[in-house]
Write a protein that binds this ligand. Structure first.
Ligand code: SF4
Ligand code: SF4
Length: 396
């Protein structure tokens, strides 16, 4: 049975984070058999933004990284690597993200080694059984280190509804490769399967989630910070996602990325079959955690069979991007990040070609001014309205 360890942690004071993280690792119970002195340990971060600081709750908080570096260097005598490829496709963004998140300072102070996955050598992943991705490249360090520790941030996500352990491994793919994945998986459910393809190829040995301050509402970039007050850890990332998503009020089996990973036997999402240790889940649930607008699908799924729902939402309810002009600073980061070339600014104002837009949220993920609005179809808006009117979910 998979174990998920939960430890309360009030804030980002290093000592508190350190104690909570050590408690989680000890509760998981098998770390010493996995991590031996002299091993290379990779901390795979969740760096989405290259410009928003830790207080915005977009990226893994630097104090969690610092605590993990200290633990793996001092308690386990390992060589620590810190790596990621951030959400922006622009050259130099990941280096900038390491600076904004103060990871560069942590590396300087501790001797940990930063690996920018966009500049790392790559290795080929071939999986003829992949649901969407039969072939892709990942950063070599993800496979050349002995132990991979994924460190996701607890957030909602407009496209996948929830983002945590499974989705975090998408950052193992360097920037240009991520663009190709979006083009191969231009709808939410296809993207969820593609993300599970990546997770299947690069399953971390341990996942330690920064759920001290999460992001609610229209995450992963344009939502609001929300205190959850937890560190959550497991060897089973699917089980961790099932527990973490339950804590913020999702039914994990209704979150496609978790559902698909469970169906593909990459871990368990059956909350009754997970050994939850540390804290009692019903005492730490944040029931009014705001969901992204796409959660109307959860509501609809209560009444509509899955096969029909997939058709309805994939074909009728996929969002297209639009720009809320009063908030737009015309920085054009969105245009540079759009994988399908749907955005342009021929006369200064950003325009979206709706026929080309694949609803991937890549523009939303890099807009720091909440200027991207994902427009829904009539059907999508109707379900949203019904969900809100009936008070089924607290939506952004
Ligand atoms: S929508 Fe956002 S990212 Fe795009 S140009 Fe405007 S402010 Fe910049
Ligand atoms: S406009 Fe935005 S949502 Fe549409 S394809 Fe481009 S990046 Fe994706």
């Amino acid at each position: 049975m998979s174990t998920v360890a939960i430890s309360c942690c009030d804030n980002y004071e290093l000592e508190k984070v350190n104690i909570a993280t050590k408690r989680c690792l000890s509760l998981i119970g098998n770390i010493e058999t996995l991590v031996k002195p002299g091993m290379k340990v990779l901390l795979k971060l969740n760096l989405l933004s290259a410009s928003l600081g830790p207080e915005m709750a977009v990226n893994t908080h630097p104090t969690v990284i610092r605590a993990l570096v200290d633990i793996f260097q001092n308690d386990y005598e390992c060589e620590v690597y810190i790596g990621d490829s951030c959400g922006s496709l622009r050259t130099g963004s990941t280096d900038k993200a390491f600076r904004v998140t103060q990871i560069d300072k942590i590396a300087k102070d501790t001797g940990a080694i930063i690996v920018n996955f966009d500049k790392d050598e790559t290795i080929d992943i071939i999986n003829n059984n992949g649901a969407i991705l039969k072939y892709f490249k990942i950063a070599k360090t993800v496979k050349s280190t002995d132990v991979v520790v994924s460190v996701p941030k607890l957030k909602t996500h407009g496209l996948t509804r929830y983002t945590g352990a499974i989705k975090n491994m998408f950052g193992s793919i360097p920037a240009n490769g991520k663009k190709n994945v979006h083009l191969q998986a231009p709808k939410a459910r296809l993207m969820a399967q593609a993300l599970v393809d990546v997770y299947e190829a690069v399953q971390p040995h341990i996942t330690i989630m920064d759920a001290i301050i999460g992001m609610e509402g229209n995450g992963p970039n344009a939502g609001d910070p929300r205190k959850v007050g937890l560190i959550i850890a497991s060897n089973d990332g699917v089980a961790l996602d099932a527990v973490a998503s339950t804590i913020i009020g999702f039914d994990p089996i209704k979150v496609p990325i978790i559902k698909y990973a469970y169906e593909r036997e990459l871990g368990t999402a059956d909350i009754n079959n997970i050994n939850i240790v540390g804290e009692e889940i019903n005492k730490i649930t944040v029931a009014d955690f705001k969901k992204p607008s796409s959660s109307a699908q959860d509501f609809a799924s209560k009444y509509i069979p899955d096969f029909l729902l997939a058709k309805m939402f994939d074909n009728s309810c996929t969002s297209v991007s639009s720009v809320y002009e009063p908030n737009c600073t015309r920085c054009y980061e969105c245009i540079r990040n759009c994988p399908s070339g749907a955005m342009s600014a021929p006369n200064g104002k950003v325009l979206v070609d709706e026929d080309k837009c694949i609803g991937c949220f890549c523009c939303d993920e890099v807009c720091n001014y909440k200027a991207i609005v994902m427009k829904r179809s009539f059907l999508g808006r109707t379900f949203l309205k019904m969900a809100e009117l009936l008070g089924v979910e607290r939506l952004q």
